[in-house]
Ligand binder design. Structure first.
Ligand SMILES: [Zn+2]
Length: 151
């Protein structure tokens, strides 16, 4: 199965993260070009939810460098291997919680399929604002019993 490829989108396609366009008069999905595509192209994501969504889209599209570039230096892995056979099926953001001016949490469910098996990831991710950019720090897998953090 070496032929597996990451998904690709054009700027006009619906964004992989599934975000609705803010226009209430004509409900529709945001396009990649007006959603995560802007952050993938280098503009800083304006809030933790936008960064989280852009990281999900980066997993969908296989944007290895973007994932590392938005990972906080304190928790960033030295390398990251993305498997194109892991197919991402959709993202649902459950909550965006502002902790204080420079800390936020986003709780989400991401569905995927790998070798024919459906998978569901529910995570509460932590983000920090430093150098006028949001960074992904780490997350709790909410599919497991909650772990008490010392925060
Ligand atoms: Zn998006």
């Amino acid at each position: 199965m070496s032929s597996a490829r990451f998904a690709s989108v054009t700027a006009a396609d619906a964004c992989p993260c599934g975000r609705a366009h803010p226009s209430r008069r004509s409900p529709r999905p945001s396009s990649y070009g007006e959603c995560c595509g802007r952050w993938h192209a280098g503009s800083p994501a304006p809030d933790a939810e936008s960064l989280m969504r852009s990281r999900y889209s980066a997993f969908v599209l296989g944007l290895h460098d973007y994932l590392l570039a938005t990972w906080h230096a304190s928790t960033r892995p030295t390398d990251l291997t993305l498997d194109p056979q892991l197919k991402w099926l959709g993202l649902q953001v459950l909550a965006h919680h502002t902790v204080d001016a420079t800390h936020a949490q986003v709780r989400f469910v991401a569905r995927s399929r790998w070798q024919g098996k459906g998978q569901r990831l529910e995570e509460r991710s932590r983000f920090v604002l430093e150098e006028r950019r949001w960074w992904y720090v780490d997350g709790d897998d909410m599919g497991q019993p909650p772990v008490r953090s010392p925060l």
